[in-house]
Design a protein around this ligand. Structure first.
Ligand code: FES
Length: 282
């Protein structure tokens, strides 16, 4: 994980202003929050400022967002330097590759993906490739560990990668294409590569067991019958709903808990005061 600092002064633009469309959008976001809670819009506004700024967040952009939300600049710097979704210096025009380097991804080959980035983009992270199209960095877990190893490119994630599939993704991005996101090894979502193998019975999802009081035993019967090619057993009819028993009329009302001694004494003293002043006014 690299130290996250704002870009050096010579890289920072003189100023920043949202485009009219982005400004209108930003005002809509701010209006979603109750009075006094406008700072909650800080993440979406910073993201939009980053997108408008060519994929990275300049210091003038942070100031503008801070002014819009009535937040001190340091509060904005804290947020922007904490989240790796925010880029603090210029990144590749066609993609900034964030390679997850946390344990599950490392165990599944993230080191080889980093070697691809070093060879294809630059020896060092946060440096632009010779054509300015790409940059890369290693990040902490991006939340797709089950499909490790993975990379994130702006808002898209590419999972179950090998050095070869990462190369293909870089080629596609270089051509200006948008590669298919998600697993790159043919599996669907986070299912096993051989396909879904749990919770596959339609009875679990088609509603046929709902309200029948069928339970697991009946579901198993239906699954076994289908496997044997037999007609499905009829689910049992629901039992008549029994009304809850009415409480016996003779039940006494629950006793109130006794007041604590100190509370009781204070109450009596107050009562005495009220009574005293009433007596005087009478
Ligand atoms: S460890 Fe790589 S996505 Fe979680």
């Amino acid at each position: 994980m690299a130290v996250r600092r704002l870009a050096e002064k010579h890289l920072q633009p003189e100023s920043f202003a949202f485009t009219p469309e982005n400004l209108a959008w930003a005002k809509q976001q701010i209006a979603k929050y109750p009075e006094g809670r406008q700072a909650s819009a800080v993440i979406p506004l910073l993201m939009r400022a980053q997108e408008q700024g060519g994929g990275w967040l300049s210091e003038p952009a942070m100031r503008v967002v801070g002014e819009m939300l009535d937040m001190a600049p340091i509060r904005i710097y804290e947020i922007a330097t904490f989240y790796t979704q925010f880029q603090l210096q210029p990144v590749g025009r066609k993609g900034h590759i964030q390679v997850c380097g946390t344990t599950p991804c490392m165990l599944r080959g993230a080191g080889a993906l980093i070697e691809v980035c070093k060879r294809r983009i630059h020896e060092h992270p946060f440096h632009l490739s010779a054509d300015g199209n790409f940059s890369w960095e290693e990040v902490e877990c991006a939340g797709a560990c089950v499909n490790a190893p993975m990379v994130q490119v702006v808002k898209d994630v590419y999972e179950d990668l090998t050095p070869e599939t990462l190369e293909k993704i870089l080629d596609a991005l270089a051509r200006g294409e948008k590669p298919k996101t998600g697993p790159q090894n043919g599996r669907r979502a986070a299912e096993p590569i051989t396909g879904q193998c749990a919770l596959v019975s339609p009875e679990l999802f088609d509603g046929s067991m709902v309200g029948k009081g069928a339970g697991l035993a009946a579901a198993r019967e239906a699954i076994a019958a289908r496997a044997a090619g037999e007609p499905l057993p009829k689910p049992p009819e629901p039992a008549a709903a029994a009304a809850p028993p009415a409480p016996p009329k003779s039940d006494p009302a629950p006793a109130k808990p006794p007041a604590a001694a100190a509370v009781k004494a204070a109450g009596e003293a107050d009562h005495g005061k009220v009574g005293g002043s009433k007596a005087k006014s009478d």
